[in-house]
Design a protein around this ligand. Structure first.
Ligand SMILES: *[C@@H]1O[C@H](CO)[C@@H](O)[C@H](O)[C@H]1NC(C)=O
Ligand SMILES: *[C@@H]1O[C@H](CO)[C@@H](O)[C@H](O)[C@H]1NC(C)=O
Length: 294
């Protein structure tokens, strides 16, 4: 321990040090993390460590809501509660925050951004999230619907009670477009696949972000098609149509085309990353995430 006398002896140095600490603390905007299906804050401890290793002093908050099984609850209800939690963080961060949202969390975040008029989110980082929907036989699907394969899931999902289960609300069966448009109450609104009175306002809200970062890769194993993480999706023959040829892009229903024209859509593709590894892979962090967290 230094004696108080010594400290008093170098007030200039002390003041410089304090100034430096203050500058560092101000240097990085807070980072808010929204988890995915069947996980929670526990799975993001590694990512929090990475962020603070490279950007010391960053405030990282993993929202502790709808963890594990509760993540199957209805999407709009989750959006409302995540918004409450994130609103108070935004209020205390006048320079804005960054969002890192994993898997299903990426859709929760996009819905939150579209429906929050005064948000101050700078970078919205969508980490292997089925932004254009999901259609595939995966372990997750087998677990939620043991009796269904992707071909028949629509019989459950595209009904009123089905739309009370989160995974159904972004289930996008390319062979049952009509039922999707008729019954879906989440993704179809978010993407502007159906018209609704808030489309224009939602687009303006979403466009408040400074940067959209889309991260995904071919070895994900869960997001199907994996290009959905980059807003690509199947046509009715299950050929993948890339983002810029999607109707929601061409019609700019929720602002994606405008963002892209602004130069603010950035995609990052990484091979050999399994779905549950995205948030804990240091290479992914350094190549796709780090530079946006300033
Ligand atoms: C969720 O699961 C983790 C283990 O994976 C556990 O530590 C945590 O307590 C669970 N949270 C809730 C709310 O059940
Ligand atoms: C981490 O990501 C890199 C690609 O960015 C990949 O080659 C490597 O296999 C990944 N490691 C794990 C454990 O996921």
């Amino acid at each position: 321990m230094r004696s108080p006398q010594k400290l008093r002896g170098s007030p200039l140095l002390m003041r410089l040090l304090l100034l430096l600490v203050a500058l560092c603390a101000e240097g990085y905007r807070p980072v808010v993390i929204v988890h995915g299906l069947f996980d929670g804050p526990k799975q993001f401890e590694t990512l929090s460590v990475y962020i603070n290793k490279v950007h010391p002093g960053t405030e990282v908050r993993v929202i502790d809501l709808y963890n594990n099984m509760s993540s199957l609850k209805p999407m709009w209800r989750q959006v409302t509660d995540f918004r409450k939690a994130i609103d108070s963080i935004m209020t205390n961060a006048p320079d804005g925050i960054h969002l890192i949202c994993f898997s299903q969390g990426g859709l929760i975040c996009r819905a939150l951004l579209s429906t929050t008029p005064s948000h101050n989110v700078h970078a919205f980082i969508s980490l292997s999230s089925p932004q254009a929907g999901q259609y595939g036989d995966t372990d997750y699907l087998k677990w939620v619907f043991p009796k269904h394969l992707k071909k028949t899931v629509f019989t459950f999902c595209y009904r009123r009670f089905g739309q009370k289960v989160s995974v159904c609300e972004y289930w996008n069966d390319p062979h049952h477009r009509f039922q999707y448009l008729q019954n879906n109450n989440f993704l179809s609104m978010l993407n502007g696949d159906i018209h609704h009175s808030n489309i224009k306002a939602w687009r303006e809200n979403f466009l408040r972000i400074r940067k959209l970062v889309l991260i995904g890769g071919p070895d994900d194993g869960v997001i199907t098609p994996w290009q959905s993480s980059h807003f690509g999706f199947y046509d009715s023959n299950e050929n993948v149509i890339e983002m810029r040829d999607q109707e929601f892009y061409r019609k700019d229903t929720f602002g994606l085309k405008t963002l892209d024209a602004r130069g603010d859509v950035w995609t990052c593709t990484q091979p050999e990353v399994k779905h549950v590894q995205w948030h804990s892979n240091y290479t992914v962090f350094m190549r796709c995430i780090e530079k946006w967290l300033t």
